[in-house]
Design a protein around this ligand. Structure first.
Ligand SMILES: NC(=O)c1ccc[n+]([C@@H]2O[C@H](COP(=O)([O-])OP(=O)(O)OC[C@H]3O[C@@H](n4cnc5c(N)ncnc54)[C@H](O)[C@@H]3O)[C@@H](O)[C@H]2O)c1
Ligand SMILES: [Zn+2]
Length: 400
């Protein structure tokens, strides 16, 4: 509906404002499977062909170097052979570097854009990314910017990308040293989480990603938090049923926030799921990504949980429970870089607060806890309490 509004300032007939309004409903399937490319597993094919089963759909694969192998190529080949009436692979899978390397140089995005161009991938063809969150981000950006958006399917292969980033609507790469500076909001065509990929993942990555599940449980879901406590040993030893449930429940909670949180494209000042992240982003940058995102998030969770106690929001003792959980999962709660200071003697980590606010614009909004499963937004952080929380964490980590 268009509403004609007369400009209240000018009485001239020619000065008017018309409000343009429309909304676009988004939907995409998120699959949880094993053996996504076993020829008799129909899910990938169904996700691609969905509305047009009668035609053959053109697909271009981009694969993370960390898991690319002749074996994976052969599996995808066999899958396409079995579904050749509906799927066409337009070239051999393209391999790109994994991790931040692919995000640190726009040349990689350009190479993917060139492949999309060379192979005439149009808005009814598909670019399929198989990889960790970094590769999904870079491929997502390339897909979103060619022809103003070609269909993009994500096959996340790390715990973190399956339980958090892969089901979301964002992509980005780093620019001039600034994390996620160049990117778009672009919901995918489909997401396919295949738990089998996790078996190849280095143990460090496999553990680090669990912290995103702890994060979302702490702010959204008390029952899931208790489940994590009860299943910490099973998770730390990668028992399949436990790992699958952790990934699935965490992904569902992230999906719920995007669909029902009221701000899927982050127009406001809050990032409600970014509990523990203001210091985590800073710590990652300060250590030049030697501390993995998930590892930094575990430390950020520990810090903000203790801060919540010091701020009088969370009962004393609850922070101890959270730390026991993180540690029994194999996550650390302290890193010496937390003590770095700027030239003026200020704790460097505190600039993370300003950077967190700058990224979004608007008022500072930080999520804290009022219970184990209950997030609470505040708009001010007391530097003195951050110092106290850090002293406590450092002492607590030494006592181990
Ligand atoms: N778009 C978003 O909403 C969003 C949200 C959170 C994080 N992210 C981004 O995700 C990135 C982190 O992603 P991540 O934690 O998934 O790790 P990652 O993509 O950095 O990958 C970590 C390493 O694991 C390798 N790897 C990936 N899958 C593998 C597998 N199955 N077997 C063996 N090796 C494998 C990669 O090659 C890489 O070396 C960051 O760049 C972060 O900014 C994006
Ligand atoms: Zn995160």
């Amino acid at each position: 509906m268009q509403t004609k509004v007369t400009d209240p300032v000018s009485s001239s007939q020619s000065s008017t404002i018309q409000w343009q309004r429309f909304s676009v409903p988004y939907q995409y399937p998120v699959g949880f499977v094993r053996g996504a490319f076993d020829p008799d597993n129909p899910i990938f094919c169904q996700m691609v062909v969905r509305d047009e089963p009668e035609k053959r759909h053109r697909c271009l694969f981009v694969v993370d170097e960390g898991l690319a192998s002749p074996d994976l190529d052969a599996k995808i080949d066999a899958y396409f052979a079995a579904h050749s009436d509906q799927l066409v692979m337009i070239d051999r899978p393209m391999v790109v570097p994994g991790g931040e390397t692919v995000k640190n140089d726009l040349a990689h995005v350009e190479r993917i854009q060139s492949a999309i161009h060379t192979h005439a991938v149009d808005r009814h063809s598909y670019v399929i990314a198989i990889g960790g969150g970094a590769v999904l981000d870079a491929v997502g950006l390339a897909a979103a910017t060619c022809h103003r958006g070609v269909r993009h399917i994500r096959v996340p292969t790390t715990v973190l990308s399956q339980n958090d980033s892969g089901v979301g609507v964002k992509n980005a790469v780093n620019f001039k040293g600034i994390k996620n500076y160049v990117g778009t909001f672009a919901p995918p065509w489909a997401v396919l989480n295949d738990f089998d990929f996790l078996d190849q993942l280095p143990i460090r990555e496999r553990i680090a990603g669990i912290s995103e599940a702890v994060k979302v449980a702490l702010i959204r879901d008390p029952a899931f938090y208790l489940w994590l406590e009860r299943n910490a040993d099973a998770l730390a030893t990668f028992r399949p049923e436990a790992e699958e449930y952790m990934v699935r429940r965490s992904a569902e909670l992230h999906m719920h926030q995007i669909a029902h949180g009221g701000d899927p494209f982050e127009m406001g000042s809050a990032r409600p799921l970014d509990f523990g992240h203001w210091s985590a982003h800073k710590l990652e940058a300060m250590t030049r990504h030697h501390v993995r995102h998930g590892e930094a998030v575990a430390i950020g969770i520990a810090l903000d949980t203790r801060y919540s106690v010091l701020a009088g929001l969370l009962p004393e003792g609850d922070e101890e429970r959270v730390i026991v959980l993180l540690e029994s999962l194999g996550l650390r709660i302290w890193h010496p870089a937390l003590e770095s200071r700027d030239a003026d003697g200020r704790l460097s980590i505190l600039t993370g607060l300003e950077e967190f606010q700058e990224h979004l614009g608007g008022a500072l909004t930080i999520t804290l806890l009022t219970g184990l499963g209950q997030g609470h937004e505040v708009h001010e952080i007391d530097g003195k309490l951050v110092h106290q929380a850090m002293d406590w964490l450092k002492a607590r980590s030494r006592s181990e």
